[in-house]
Structure formats: C-alpha cells, structure tokens
Design a protein around this ligand. Sequence first.
Ligand code: BES
Ligand code: MN
Ligand code: ZN
Length: 502
Amino acid sequence: MEVRVVTGDITQIDADAIVVNLFEGVEQLGGASAAVDKALGGAISSLMGKGEFKGKFGEVGIVHTLGKLPARMIAVAGLGKQRDFNLDKIRGVAGGFCRSLRKLNCHRIATILHGAGVGGVEPEASGEAIAEGAVLGLYNFSRYKKPDYEDIAEMLIVGREQSEIPVVERGVRKGRIMAEATCLARDMVNEPANYMTPSRMADIAKEIADKHSLELNVFDLEDMEAMGMGALLGVARGSKEAPKLITLSYKGDERSEKAVGFLGKGITFDSGGISIKPSEAMGDMKDDMAGGAAGIAALSAIVQLNPKLNVTAVVPATENLPSGTALKPGDILKAMNGKTIEVISTDAEGRLILADALSYAVKQGLSPLVDLATLTGACRVALGNGYSGAFTNNQELLNEVIKAADKSGEKLWQMPMPEEYKQQNKSEIADVKNTGNKYGGAITAALFLSEFVDNTPWVHIDIAGTSLSSKESGYMVKGATGVGVRTLVELALSLANRERIM
Ligand code: BES
Ligand code: MN
Ligand code: ZN
C-alpha cells in the first residue's frame, strides 16, 4: 500500500472512501466530520441521531455519498472516549477501518489526521500511528492461500496545512518502517516449521544484511563445537536440521566499540524433545522462534532509522525434536561460560540455547543485553495473552525498556527475580538444573538465564503469551503478532539519545 500525505478540502477528494472520526459521547460534529456531514445533507448526524453509530472505539459507520461528493462513501471511525484516547488508539482505529474498507472493496482511501484536532496529538505522531496501524492491520499471511479480497492500493492522509506535510511524511516513514519490520517478523513466525528452518532464518538474515549493508555471521555446528556451546548443541543434536547461531550487526556509531545486544530464542519447532509435548496445539510451537524473528526484524528497521549506536542481534536457531540422538532427561551439558547443566526436562530447551547465546554475547562484550523468548507456558498462565513478562538484573535498563514498550503500544509487566527462588535451580550433580519446581516457572526460567549474563545489565522478556493472537482486533490480526520488534526499535532509538548507553 502506498501512503501519501496531501492537503486540501477533504470533501472534494476523489477516493473510494473518505475516513473521518468521532469520539464516543460527542453529539456535535466538528472539523472534517462536520464538513462532510454538511455536504451530505446531515447523513452522519442522522446516523448518530438514530443510535446507529455511537463513536465507540473500533466502530466504523458507513454513509454512501450517492454522487453528492466525488468519493463513493464516507467512513466514520469511532475513537472511543476522549479521556482514554492515546497514540495506540490511533493505531487500532487505523488498522480497524482499513480492514473494514478492504472488505467493502475500497482500493483507494483518504483519511484525516486522527487525533490531531481535539485529540491533542502532534501531526507527526498521528501520521506515524496511522501508517503503522494501517500496515499492521492489513497484514495477511498469504503465501499458501490467496485472500478473497483485493488490497488497498493507496491511502491518502489529508493534513490541514501545506507546512505540515514534511512533518507528517516523516512520521509516516517511521510508522511504515516499524510496521514493515513487524510484518517481516510475523511472516517468519507464520511460516510453517518445514519451511522456516534454522537455515532459512539465516538466509533471511543474509537478505537483510545484503540489502542494508549489515554485518552478518552465521556460525554452524563446527563453530559451535569450537566455541564450546554444549547447551545449544545438546538441543540441536535431536534434529537433522543444521543448527545456526546468527549474528546481525548494525554500526551506527563508528567511534564507539560498544554495542547493544538483542537476543532472541530461535527454536523453529519445539516438540518438547524426549520430554515430548501433548499433540494438542503442538503445531503452535512453530512460533517458538518468535523472539529470534523479532531480533532480526528489529535490525532491519533500526538500520533504516539510523540511530547513533551499535546493535548486534544474536539468534541461536535449532529444532527441538526427539530421536535416537536426542538429548535425554538426566544428561549433563556444559555451556560456553563453563557452567554445567543437568537436564531435567528436554522441553525446557529455550533456556539451554539462550545459555550459550548469552554467554557468547557477554564474551563479545555486548552491553546492555535484551533477550526475547517464548520461554514458558507459566508466563502465559500468569499474564495472559496481553502482557509480556519482563525480568531484569538492572532496574534502570528495564525502565528504559518499559518506556520503549509504552511508546510502541506493546504491553510489558515486570516480574520479580527473588534470590530465594534460585535454590530451585540447584542440582546435586551439576552447577544448575534446567527446571525449577511446579510453581513460578517463568521466574525460575529467568533466574536460570541470569546464570549466564555475569554482571552485564540485562532484561529478559518472556513472550510466550503474546507471540500469537487468536483474534483480529485493531492493528492485530490472527496468528503471529510480531511482538517485541517495535519495542526493540524504540529502545535502540532512546538508548542512542542517552549520555551513557549503559
Ligand atoms: N516453548 C515453550 C514455552 C511455550 C509454551 C511457549 C506455550 C508458548 C506457549 C518452552 O520451550 C517450554 O516448553 N517450556 C516448558 C518449561 C517446563 C518444561 C519447565 C513449559 O512452559 O511447559
Ligand atoms: Mn519447550
Ligand atoms: Zn520452547
């Protein structure tokens, strides 16, 4: 979809649909909505008067112009209650009306800058949120089944003044970059595991590296052996698919040696291994590389936004399968940092591959570190599908991550890391074991990871509950959400603006 920023009289625009808006509970139309209503002889007022349209968040009212205006129809987007209004609502509204209009066979649409009037939002931020929400909301995974609609080819964003155009265009550019990177992550996650193998993840990282001149390393099995990555190799050994450790680096600050590390779990299919999972919904475990996809996709956006800092994504990628060569409960593995791990469950494989990825990142001097992982069912039980769990050894860093998440509209909730729970990971015969006891599983998993980060400032984000969506709503669609991408990108932008990165 092309997005263009224009100015002019909204009532005179020739498009399949023109989108105006209304807050819930507002009885007097204002601005563009009033102008359109007047041109149509009160058609919108009548819709409201009869209670057909209330302005509830996500509601879309349709009025046909019947030749009274150049456009075929007017869509009134409900913004919800004014006191609940924020940038994320604009994203949601844009995603929602775009999907509605696509169903109504609209190919060219025009919209006002939602929120820029009484909503009190800056034009640049509104343009960004509209473009981001529209691209995210129109996302569809269509590689294996053609959709029954045509795409919206063009969206015009109609600003009020000529001088606003470059500012809004800047916002639109950022919104598109954010959304397209998120859609790239969604594509990677939605791909079935027979296609999205560790090698294919490495290929995608290479395509990004070539396109944007990023530095890429793809370590294979022999490299992992040479580096002593016994934990990652332990998991990989059950599968015939070659494991890959992918690193993708952006250099935005040539004068600095320091680089931030974004790590992501890249289990391209998690059957549980010998500790095999029940078959019900096992297919969802193709999404167990959502953290890795987010790390790679985030770099593709960061390089285009060009912040002044260095960032390296680190993605350990492998399958977790049972076989004659697979890891067994009771096995002991030695991670790259020298710590030995007793394997209690082969289904707690994410923390094993991250143990080596974190050790590698620490050894490379990457700092601070943020990892994203579909790590524990326990986190999904604790927080549901709306919030990712965040854990840290450095509150200042987590505060930055929370700020970035707030900006992007992704929801995070801090979880505790109580020292006392550490004894749950104690093993009789190795330095640590890979599961705790029955309760608090998201926490003991995070505490396990903390064994491999040394003193490096680190945040772990458990996205087991948020990587997939079961419903379509606002800028979310069914399937992969691409969670984490926008938070990581916002974080890179904000860290670049700090005196001291951390
Ligand atoms: N990939 C899963 C976690 C997961 C579960 C993600 C559900 C998304 C939805 C992870 O590898 C896993 O299997 N974790 C185990 C840990 C347990 C064996 C300690 C779990 O959560 O059951
Ligand atoms: Mn598992
Ligand atoms: Zn897993």
